[in-house]
Write a protein that binds this ligand. Structure first.
Ligand SMILES: Cc1cc2nc3c(=O)[nH]c(=O)nc-3n(C[C@H](O)[C@H](O)[C@H](O)COP(=O)(O)OP(=O)(O)OC[C@H]3O[C@@H](n4cnc5c(N)ncnc54)[C@H](O)[C@@H]3O)c2cc1C
Length: 263
């Protein structure tokens, strides 16, 4: 079912919208949202959520102190992989607790390699590589602007992503650089910078994005859209436009509308 959904999204849209980027970086979006809100608490790690008969109690840790907020409603907008390590004090309905515990997430890794020269232009290569080597695929990440330098992204998901997540950052970078060097001898001499991330290892994501496994749709999909008492679910996982920022925003708007209309 998830494959059908993806196929519809990618292959059957006649009116393809262009690929968009946030100039200056995506982090500007949450920063701007935070600036516009009256009360945002940074470095506050939610450790416990308790559903009560008329609200939700959320406890977070900020440095050495713990603070509990008692609210009429709450929206859980964090990845369910990180919600998994929170204590719901046995207050979640069992279908929701199962959703949190079981739903599958992807294990993407990226290696970004900045080259002083876009050697691929001279060699007639687009930057796209699809290979049965461990890195699986690459693309040119800076094609949207003119510059002497350029960045190639190595993007690895699924089983290969799990394997690359288990490597150290240095080993993962080395693997990607070596693979590209194999196809384009001499290319590694013009490397200026490298960076890598394995979302599985990030404490606040513990996975890339929801990647439904066989059986997940029938077991969990509907529950994503049902509140647990006065706790609502939002985020990239709780929307039909799943896996995208657009979907995350849509889900937040949906949850807010539902709360405004709630008794
Ligand atoms: C490799 C990769 C490529 C992607 N490419 C694209 C793309 O091209 N286009 C696109 O639209 N989307 C893309 N996405 C998806 C996009 O990044 C997500 O859909 C979007 O960031 C989800 O937003 P969100 O608000 O649901 O979750 P997040 O952005 O993950 O925000 C959740 C927040 O909750 C915080 N948090 C987690 N646990 C706790 C806790 N216990 N207490 C307090 N805070 C906590 C986190 O720190 C984070 O700030 C990509 C994602 C990945 C991993």
């Amino acid at each position: 079912l998830d494959l059908c959904r993806n196929a519809k999204m990618y292959y059957f849209e006649t009116d393809h919208s262009p690929s968009m980027r946030v100039l200056g970086g995506n982090d500007q979006i949450p920063r701007a949202l935070a600036d516009a809100l009256p009360d945002v608490r940074f470095n506050a790690i939610v450790e416990s959520v308790r559903l009560t008969s008329d609200g939700v109690a959320v406890t977070y840790r900020q440095e050495d102190s713990h603070v509990t907020i008692d609210s009429d409603f709450a929206i859980l907008a964090i990845p369910l992989t990180t919600a998994r390590s929170m204590d719901f004090n046995s207050s979640l309905p069992s279908v929701h607790q199962k959703l949190v515990d079981e739903i599958s997430y992807g294990a993407v890794t990226k290696v970004l390699i900045e080259y002083r020269k876009r050697f691929w232009d001279e060699r007639g290569w687009s930057g796209r590589l699809t290979t049965d080597a461990p890195i699986v695929m690459t693309w040119h990440a800076t094609s949207h602007f003119e510059h002497e330098r350029g960045i190639i992204t190595a993007y690895t998901g699924g089983g290969p992503g799990v394997k690359l997540s288990a490597l150290s950052d240095e080993e993962r970078i080395e693997m990607a650089v070596t693979e590209i060097e194999k196809h384009f001898p001499g290319s590694s001499k013009s490397i200026e910078n490298v960076a890598t991330i394995a979302w599985l290892n990030e404490p606040f994501t513990r996975g890339s994005y929801m990647a439904l496994a066989p059986g997940d749709v029938l077991k969990h999909w509907k529950t994503l859209f049902q509140p647990a008492g006065r706790l609502f679910f939002a985020g990239e996982h709780a929307t039909p436009v799943q896996g995208f920022m657009e979907g995350a925003v849509e889900s937040g708007q949906r949850a807010a509308r539902e709360i405004l209309g709630a008794p």
